[in-house]
Write a protein that binds this ligand. Structure first.
Ligand code: HEC
Length: 140
């Protein structure tokens, strides 16, 4: 073989090795996705969540407490039925700031200064419905 031929041959071998390497890494990606219980961020995994898991995964428990019974940062979420219909509650979760004018919410503002109930308009409406159903049946 002449020198240029040797060069071409080694470049081809290099490409072939890279090709094999890529195939191998792709296969390991696929295996990773199949590990049961691993959260790969696909829609399916979040749809399978129970309402209390949803509530925890959206951070509600971070402010309202592990059992949603209230903390120094946010009110108790039991007995919401007294104040909310299902639709109103879903609306509230999507846009809490539009309710701040009522007496109850003025009290909340004084009780939890500096803490703002976040808007959850980015959550799928079906999941908000599940959360609302779950919250409305919490009784004390
Ligand atoms: C950053 C803290 C924080 C997070 C996170 C949070 N909240 Fe709140 N939430 C509050 C505060 C504070 C209030 C009191 C109202 C206000 O100040 O706007 C409130 C009020 C509420 C109310 C009205 C209670 C009532 O008596 O009418 C509901 C319902 C509620 N939150 C549900 C949720 C749900 C469901 C989630 C999760 C999807 C959540 N919150 C996440 C802080 C939080």
């Amino acid at each position: 073989m002449t020198k240029p031929q040797i060069w071409i041959a080694s470049v081809l071998v290099l490409f072939f090795l890279l090709f094999l390497l890529e195939k191998n890494t792709q296969r390991s990606d696929v295996q990773l996705k199949n590990i049961p219980g691993m959260n790969t961020g696909t829609d399916q995994s979040s749809k399978a969540k129970t309402p209390d898991q949803l509530v925890a995964s959206f951070g509600c428990t971070g402010c309202h407490g592990g059992n949603l019974a209230g903390t120094r940062m946010a009110p108790d979420l039991h007995n919401l039925k007294q104040n909310w219909s299902r639709d109103e509650l879903i609306n509230y979760l999507r846009n809490p700031s539009s309710y701040i004018d009522s007496e109850r919410f003025k009290n909340f503002k004084a009780m939890y200064p500096g803490v703002i109930m976040p808007s959850f308009s980015n959550i799928d409406i079906k999941e908000l419905g599940k959360i609302a159903d779950y919250l409305l049946q919490l009784q004390k």
